[in-house]
Every structure is written in structure tokens, then in C-alpha cells.
Design a protein. Sequence first.
Lengths: 471, 471
Amino acid sequence: MRAVILAGGSGTRLWPLSRRSMPKQFLPLAGERSLLRQTVARVRPLVGDDVVVVTAADTGFLAARQLEEEGIDPADRVLAEPVGRNTAPAIGFAALGAVPDTVLLVLPSDHAIRDEDAFRRALAAAARVAAAGWLVTFGIQPDRPETGYGYIRMGDPLPGYDGARRVERFVEKPDRETAEAYLADGGYAWNSGMFALRADRLLEELGAHAPDVRAALEPLAPYADGARPAPRDLYEAVPKISIDYAVMERSDRVAVIPVDPGWSDLGSFDALAGVLEPDGDGNVVRAGQGGEAVVLEGTDNLVLADGRVVAAVGLSGTVIVDTPDALLVCARDRSQDVRRVVERLEAAGRPEVAGHRTVHRPWGSYTVLELGERHQVKRITVLPGRRLSLQRHRRRAEQWVVVRGTARVTRGDEVLDLGPGQSVAIAREQAHRLENPGAELLEVVEVQTGDYLGEDDIVRLQDDFGRVPGA
Amino acid sequence: MRAVILAGGSGTRLWPLSRRSMPKQFLPLAGERSLLRQTVARVRPLVGDDVVVVTAADTGFLAARQLEEEGIDPADRVLAEPVGRNTAPAIGFAALGAVPDTVLLVLPSDHAIRDEDAFRRALAAAARVAAAGWLVTFGIQPDRPETGYGYIRMGDPLPGYDGARRVERFVEKPDRETAEAYLADGGYAWNSGMFALRADRLLEELGAHAPDVRAALEPLAPYADGARPAPRDLYEAVPKISIDYAVMERSDRVAVIPVDPGWSDLGSFDALAGVLEPDGDGNVVRAGQGGEAVVLEGTDNLVLADGRVVAAVGLSGTVIVDTPDALLVCARDRSQDVRRVVERLEAAGRPEVAGHRTVHRPWGSYTVLELGERHQVKRITVLPGRRLSLQRHRRRAEQWVVVRGTARVTRGDEVLDLGPGQSVAIAREQAHRLENPGAELLEVVEVQTGDYLGEDDIVRLQDDFGRVPGA
């Protein structure tokens, strides 16, 4: 058995927490560990270390780091998609990298599950059905007439497999009235987007029902072991299609395991509030990073503070999500419209859609403290043993002040080791490199000065992470 | 005639815009100029440069700077109170500094007035009545049954003074029912806290009705010309009492000029929203400092963004006030409860009550960009020709990087001139000084490192602004 964890979503409905370069699955939204890490931890009793994460190329290093944090060697366990092609190609690509009769437990990484034991029992049951060649879905017991999910019409019990049933058909997101009828009927379940299926059977069914997808995946087979990045042009040639549409809705060997594990797709702030523990007034209030939240009266609020003081007075049913560079205040029952905010900001060219004020990189991270017209101040964190590329800038000078750890600085022909309180000046056009030779984190405050401060003013002379010059 | 402008309020109901070290009268809340500057500009057609501002000692330099920005030489025009004692001592202190028969136009600095011509006509009329020895108040025509203001019961017309009436009595803030009766009656006006009175008459009436106040003010007379700061112990000895309670409600020579100048005391965010221009959806939306506000649907909102992205979705009647370090989200009809938030934060010891992230000083300002455990990053702005004190720190080192203008740096026995991109390191215990010798602003990024970073780790060796060593 192998867990194939899908971590390619962009999660715009949870903006400004979730952003394109750091989508919700990598964030600790419901607990101290990220949703991806929780997904990995949840399935490990069944699969051990046999976990593969399929994610976007830009976030591959995040997936690798989070696997490492869960104690799993990430080598060859991250399949980076050069471009997103929806779920059928992602799962097919992972199937190509597996021994043919492996049962793949295909799990989105951005969901919350309360009853992990019930969930694992269902996975184990599904794996037995999948081993016999069935494509198995998980049908979540509805508890409300939800119009945001697709439904599964469950059919007859599958002989020999306790609890499993045939899928009679998949149905699209219903209107309110239909959803109420489904709920009353009892024979409908939510389509959770989780599957158990044998690698060879999935590829067979793709060949039968989506032969163009199957054919386009074939040249990607040499890259499906995760050892080398898949070429962008090959991946771009794969049709964009969901696994439901490509296979599940067309195959006649699809089964469903009904399950009620306290599942949430965390598809909105309303859903997120639903899985977090409220206080005595019915408000969910979290304050991180030295922030403080004061809620005066009101109930059913979700207040997430991060490093600042947030005060809410006389509000109910309101979502307040505060981040260092962007704030959302939203009526809770309008949570779905957050994506419209993202569209508006995208059209206005605001950078707060793409990334956070803290930007993660393979070597660590940086946080923009201030961007002025002719200066920029950043705090740079370098992981132990890592180093940035050897680089130079055409239009800016930089000053580095070490505030924590030890910096090894290459500047032209010199190599300097600097401790807290020590500083170094890098001139324009001067080749330089910042390295953390120590065992603790290195933190440096960088002050840039110049007439152009864009991230693209960088000439890379050498890089440990294979990034090309100028990129 | 002299304008005596009262600028001692703390304005906590407009937190987080208004803070103790930078209260609302110094902020550009309703226009491009601060409320204080607007108050000064409004009265100058009547008094020319004869303006005196009474304010707290800590904000005296702000009052002086804003007078200067209005083209008035601030020398001897700022009366700094070492401690707040309410309005009777503030006005009495100013009266001691005036030629006895001067008519003082006493004006709070934190109000908005729409119809300035009507206002000035009322002031001129009041000044004529005051010159004859009356204490004159301004009665604002009520347009709603407001329970937040005191009222004036207007009596008979004052013979010989067109439009002026005797005050029959002052009444405390009424309950709703009483306020409605006042409104229906038509003989009641709001007590606006503005007065016209002769300096000698005010001191006489204080002597008659509040002799303890009058006596305690006497030793302050030598300081009432504004040339030297008043000693704290003398000012502390003055009883804390309002001018209404000390004199107006007790004197029998009090007149009222009814006026309807579109007056607002800006006493809450609801009131502030009322004087700002709404957009087509009935929302007041302002985004400064590179911020952006997106309001999706909803009406009657007040959204003030400052440097960040603020998105509001599906809200109505909501106040969102975003500042760099603190956020308020408040039901508009609960605006009065903002002071309770301030109390809560004060009890929690949060610094966001006392000051902004940008702190103003006589020499310029500084902005805290980041405060870490062992480092702090600030941007320091020094006004042309000004300099900070010559100082040293026991527990922190500092690195300065010039990002704009020219810095003259004293470091031990050296004096260095530095331009943009140049930097200098100051060791612990090393005497140093930062000066702007140029004609444009100087901006420096300061990186502090050390095991203690408090503002009180400062030994002042010399200071242009009379600040004592260590303070």
C-alpha cells in the first residue's frame, strides 16, 4: 500500500492565510502541524514511510521539508508537477511510479478529519476492495443539505466486502432543494475526493475511458519515480481533467465505502471555524506571534490574529483574518465570496495574492520588513548547513547585520565569518554569498539601497538548488 | 482677540487611530490637515497669529510643529501642561498669560465644523457679547435626540445683542426620553465646549465660584506667557475640574449664541463616518500609504486602510480601522464601546494603547520595523537641521545604514558624513550622535543587537531639546 497525497491546490478561498506560493495544505490551520503533515501522520499506521506527495514544482521543497519534519526521508517521495493538470494526471503520474499491483490510497492534503480511527478503518476496508480491482471512493455521510459538494448515489452492497457498496452514479453539486431530497433519502453520500485503487487498474481504466490522458502520461513514466523533475513540455501536453470525470463517472467497477469520520474539506473560513474549538461565548479566537485578540460581546465569530492587536466589538457571525500584510473581514455566511476578493486583487496587480510577507525558499526564508522607494529591509533566515546562491546585483547595494547564529559571507575573493552584531557591506556588482555553516538558525537583517529593488535583479553564478542564472 | 485652543484630550474613543502620545487632534482625520491645524486655520481670519495652544507636555512639540506648518511662529504660543487638570485650569492658565481685557475664543481642537462662515459669524457675535463682560457659550442646534452631550436651556434674548440669549441653565447628558423632549421643545441646544470670554472676567468668576482653582493658578502666572515650562508640582496642585462645573453653571452672567455650523465632536467612529464623504454604495473607504481597500457589497461601512490590503465582504454598518500594529472591527452603533477595548488592552499592558508604531520626537520620528528577542530594526527620520541627543547605550550595539539624505555621525572622537548606501557601526558604550546637516529629510535604517533593547537604555550626554540624562 502506498499513500499518494495530493498537495497541488491553491486554496484561494482561505486567502489571506492561504496564498498561491504557500497554499493552505502547507499551513497549520487546524492544529500545530500543517494539514499536509496531519494527512501524512494520519495514514502512516497503514503505509509506514511509503508516502508520495504530488505537488506543484514551486512548492516541492515545502512538501519535502514537511515530510522531513514528519521523519520521512523525502528523497524520491515528492512528485513535482511543472504545471497543474487537475487530479487525473496527478494520480496517473503517481500510478506510473508504483509497482503495478500496489494499492494507492489517494488523499487530498487539505482536509480535516476528526475521527482518525474510523477513517483508518475505512481506508483498510477500501484497500481490500481495491486489491480485488475495484476503484473505491469514500462516501461521507451528509449531515446537512450541502450544495457545495458532489454526491454519490450508493447502490447495492458489494458481496464479500462488508460495508462496501456499488456506486450507482455520481451527481454534480445539487441545488438546495435537491440537496434536501438527497439528505432525506439517505442513499446519497458526499464525494470526498479520496480514493483507494490499484496502480495498474487505474492506468487500465484511464486507457479505456480517457485514452488521450493515458497516452500523454506515457512519456512521463521515466520521471514518475521522483528522482528527476518532469519536463514542463511533456506535462503541459497532458489534458486537464479530474479523476471523477475521466474515470470514476465512466467505469463500471467503482465501489463506495460509506464513512462518517468527522470530515471537512476546509473549503471556506466558515468550514474552518467549524473544526476549531470555540470559547465559552461561541467564538473561535486565535492569536499567534505575539498578537492579541480582544472580542467584546458577540458570538459565532472567527478571529485569527497574527502578531498584531485585533479588537472586535459587538460583532456576530463575522470572520476576521489578520495577516502581516493583508486583512479580511467577512460575514461568515459569505465565506465563499472570498475568492471574488482574490480575483479583484489579482486584477489590481496586488502582490498579496501570490505570496506572504514571509517567503519560503529551499535554503530558508525571508521576510520583507519594509519596502521604500529606494530601500528595502528584509530579515533573512538560513537553515543550518544551507546557503543562498553565489550572486550579484546590478542596481542595488546590500548591508548585512547578523542578529542570530553565524554567517559565512563570501564577498569577492574574501570569506568572512560573522557573529551577532557584526556586519558587512556588499557593493553593487560585487559577487557575494550568504551561508549558514552552523548548527542553529542564522538570522541576518539585510538593508538594500538602490534605484531598483526587484527580486529579478539577481545574477546567479552558482546555486545549490539548480536555479538558473537570472531566475 | 486671542484664540485659546485646547489640545489636551486623549481621544481614546478613536483608538487605534488616536493614541495617548498622538491623540486625535494631531491627526488628519477629516481632510489633509490635522484637526488642530484645521481649528487654527478656521479662526485665523478673526485673530491673525494670536493663537495659543494648551496641550500636554508630551505633545507640546507636536503642537509647535503644527503651528509652524500653518505658518505661525510657535515661540511662546504653546502652553504645555505637565499634567492634565481638565478645562478650568487649562483656560485659567491661558487667561493668566493674556492682557486682562483680551477676549479669548476658547476652542477645542478635536471637532469638525462644516460651515466655517456661519461659525466665524457666531464667533464674532460672541466676541462682542464677551467684550461686555459676559461669559459666552455656543449652543448647537440639535438635529437628533443625542444622549451623549450636555444641553443648554436657553433663556430670554439679551437686549442689544442680536441673536444672543441668556443661559437659563445647563443640564447634564439626558436619557433618551428627555433628549426627545428637549428636541421637541426647541429651547435647548447642545453644549459644544466652545466659549468666548474676557481673560479678566474669567479669572474674576473663577475667584468667585472656584476660589481654590483661582488660588492654585496664581503661582503659575510667571509661566503663563509660554516662555518657560510650568513646574509639575505647581500644576499638580491645581484642582481637576471642568470649566462648566467650576464657572459656567454657577455664574449669572452667562450667555449663549445659538448656531448651526454643521458641528461634530468626532466623539466616535460613527461620528467620524458622518463627516466623511461616502462613495456611491454609502461606504466611507479610505486607503493610505500604499494600502488598498476592497469592499464587496454592503453599505454604511467605514473602512480605513493604512498601508495594507483590507477586504470587507458582505458587511454593513461596520467600522474597520486598520493601522500598522492594531486593528479595530466594530459594529458602527457600538462605536462608543471602543474605550472599553482600550481599557482591556491597558490592563493587559499592551503598548499599542500608548503609542503608534511610528513615534514622533522633537527631532523627527522613528518607526519600529521589527522587534525580535535580541534585535530591533527601526527606520529613523531626522528633520533638516535637527539632531538626536549625544548618547550611549549600555546593552546594545547599533548599525546605521543611510537610505536617504546625508547623515552626520559622531562616534567617539570621529565625525563622519554618510550618504545613501553607506553605513556605520556603533559599539556598546560608545558615545554617538545622529544629525541631519542637510536641507532634505534624513532617513536611516537602524539595526540594534543586544540582550536588552528597551528605550530606557539610553544615557544622554547632551541634548538640544532639554531632555534629561537617562530619560
